[in-house]
Design a protein around this ligand. Structure first.
Ligand code: 5RP
Length: 234
């Protein structure tokens, strides 16, 4: 395992302390969350009784492979604890998420959770959000117009050097389609001077399904290192 992967693993392992028998657990998406899902699978095999609510089809597949019993989001009214990764975390526990394209389901699950535990390698801790391109999930219809409005919103809220790009993948540069059937616009700016104001502005744009700024959702941040993990609680 590389040092970075070891740091993610250590963060995931530390998050197990927040899981108790009988809990309903939100299962995040991404490489750090994948470590957590595998570790949770180990605990289930040892007798822990939990039910997981996956935040993506990728996580659903992994959880099924490692034997974590699942619930559909429609079967729950609340989730005890959600464990998920992040692309950036600031000192107010505001997050940028969506690098893995699952921000919509991730936000719905986080918002339904009594406690949200963010797991990440320590490099994700930043003073100011924005170096990581901000993912915004948009409807396919009118996506280019929506991308332009997103760019204007970033500029109007003080971001500089803004570029927006449709997320594509593969040799053919096909647009990435989210689990919800939408596109993702990645909004590049060096820094986001006011994440709260930008989040509110993005919510007003027709065609924006969800954006990757998570405010007021995280309760615990676990920063993994090559040796051990640092736990921060709000
Ligand atoms: C997926 C996410 C991920 O949590 C985020 O991209 C971090 O991923 P990783 O754990 O692979 O660094 O928001 O939509």
């Amino acid at each position: 395992m590389s040092d970075s992967d070891l740091a993610k693993f250590n963060a995931a392992q530390a998050a197990l302390a927040y899981i108790k028998d009988g809990m309903v657990v939100g299962l995040g998406t991404g490489s750090t969350s994948a470590h957590f899902v595998r570790l949770l699978g180990d605990k289930v095999r040892q007798g822990l009784r939990v039910k997981g609510v996956p935040t993506s089809e990728a996580t659903r597949n992994l959880a099924e492979q490692v034997g974590v019993p699942l619930l559909e989001i429609s079967q729950v009214t609340s989730i005890d604890v959600d464990v998920d990764g992040a692309d950036e975390i600031d000192p107010q526990f505001r997050l940028v998420k969506g690098g893995g394209g699952a921000l919509l389901r991730e936000k719905i699950v986080a918002a339904a959770s009594k406690r949200v535990v963010v797991i990440a390698d320590a490099s994700k801790w930043v003073e100011t959000l924005g170096a990581f391109p901000l993912p915004v999930e948009v409807t396919r219809f009118g996506f280019a117009l929506t991308a332009q409005r997103i760019k204007e919103a970033l500029q109007a809220t003080g971001c500089e050097g803004v570029e927006v790009a449709l997320r594509v993948s593969g040799k053919a540069n096909e647009p990435v389609i989210t689990d919800g059937g939408n596109y993702i616009i990645d909004a590049h700016a060096k820094r986001i001077p006011d994440a709260n104001v930008l989040a509110a502005a993005l919510q007003q744009i027709a065609g924006v399904v969800e954006h990757g700024i998570f405010i007021g959702l995280a309760h615990v941040v676990i920063l993994g290192k090559a040796k051990g993990a640092e736990v921060k609680e709000l």
